[in-house]
Structures are given as C-alpha cells and as structure tokens.
Design a protein around this ligand. Structure first.
Ligand SMILES: [Fe+2]
Length: 238
C-alpha cells in the first residue's frame, strides 16, 4: 500500500494549505495518483510556538476537515507534525503529543547547516525518551552527517525530490536497501500536480524497494489513529 509520510495538507495549520477546499483538492490529487494513506505533517517550530497552541490550531484544521470533506472517499489521513529540532528539544514537556496520533513515531526536521554534537544528542535524547524519531527529508542534508545518525539506528524519511529526473538517487537507493529509509514523502504544499508526479516517479525509481519502504511505514503506523476515527486528537503515546 502506498503511503505518503510527509505532506502539508491541514487547512490554515501551516503554509502548505490555505483552506478546506484546498485540502480537498490535495487529497483528491493524492488519491488519483494511487496513494492510500497520508501522514499530515504541519510544521512545528519550538522557538516560535508552544505545543498547546500548535495542537489547538491543528485540532481546528482537523475538525474543519471532518465537517467539510468526504473523508470516506479520500486517502486515510494520520495527524502528525514535522518538528524542527533545536538543542534541548528532547526535554520539552508534552513532546509526545507531536507524534503521529496513537503512536510514538515523531517526524523530526533537522536545521540546514552543520549539526552540532548537542543537536545530535538531542535526536538521541528524543529516542531515549521513548519516542521513535524519523528524520524528515534526509535528501536535504549532507549525506555523511545523516549517516552518522542512521548508524545509531535512527530511521529516515526521504522526499520524492531525491529521485528527480536529473538525480540518480543512488545513495538513497542503497539506504533503502539497507532498511534505513522507512518512509517516502511528497512534502506536498498546495495542490501542485508536479509535486505528486515526482512522488510517483520516485516510486518508479525505487522499484521493488518501494513496497519494502511502504511496508516499514505501515509497521510504524500500525496503531496510528486516522482522522476519521479520532474523537479527541489530544492523545499521548500509548
Ligand atoms: Fe515538510
């Protein structure tokens, strides 16, 4: 089953989606290109926002989607977040609430630039806390720096862009083969058809590895609560 693990589809929750109508367009696009489930990952910036106000905004977006969209005809949506890592994030109260709802899986976005040892320790600290970090779009960073975390057992999500028309993506194919890449994402902003075509192209480039990656995603989402089934999304990890 095709799973898009990274998409900005929650209306007015972050910059990727401006209205419920746009969320509907995005989900129809995702469905039309054969994706059955999507993890909704609005940005959370710990230096700019509190978890409480982020969740209030996210719940508003999710409520609007439940009220206005025919969710039964659309791909399954799993509420989550894309959490920017800053030093000390692992000590933040209620961080668990930013995991994919119903799971301990948390999508972490690293900053651009050189990663300090403290930053690397923060990622490991998030795991020590009982969460399962997945590094977002590892293709955006220095591959050697990424490997340092992957060798410590941290999991990785890759964006479809890594397999663009002029990119071989060979290093990422190797990481997928080794089982380090557990998720593919479109990183969809707005209802851009080109973005989703690249997602399909990435599946093609991954070939038989795509199903292995999706199986790993499905395992991570085994206990995830889909938007359609969620009564209250203010859930902590089990
Ligand atoms: Fe993103």
């Amino acid at each position: 089953m095709t799973i898009d693990f990274h998409a900005h589809i929650l209306p007015r929750c972050d910059h990727g989606c401006h209205s419920s109508a746009m969320a509907h367009e995005q989900l129809k696009l995702i469905k039309n290109y054969g994706t059955r489930a999507v993890v909704a990952t609005p940005h959370f910036y710990p230096n700019e926002d509190s978890i409480g106000s982020f969740l209030a905004g996210r719940d508003g977006a999710l409520e609007a989607m439940k009220r206005k969209l025919p969710l039964e005809d659309l791909p399954t949506v799993y509420p989550a977040a894309e959490v920017l890592v800053c030093e000390g994030l692992h000590k933040m109260e209620s961080l668990e609430k930013l995991a994919v709802a119903g799971t301990n899986v948390i999508l972490l976005e690293m900053p651009i630039g050189r990663w300090s040892d403290l930053l690397l320790d923060t990622v490991l600290g998030v795991r020590k806390r009982g969460l399962e970090p997945v590094l977002a779009h590892i293709d955006r960073y220095d591959v050697e720096a990424v490997k340092e975390l992957l060798e410590k057992g941290i999991k990785a999500q890759i964006n479809a862009d890594a397999f663009g028309f002029f990119k071989s993506g060979r290093v990422y194919l190797d990481l997928a083969r080794e089982g380090r890449i557990v998720a593919l994402g479109s990183d969809l902003h707005e209802a851009k058809i080109g973005t989703y075509r690249r997602f399909v192209y990435a599946k093609h480039k991954l070939g038989p590895l795509a199903d292995e990656v999706f199986a790993r995603s499905a395992a991570l989402l085994k206990d995830a609560i889909p938007l359609s089934a969620a009564e209250s999304l203010d859930v902590a990890i089990p």
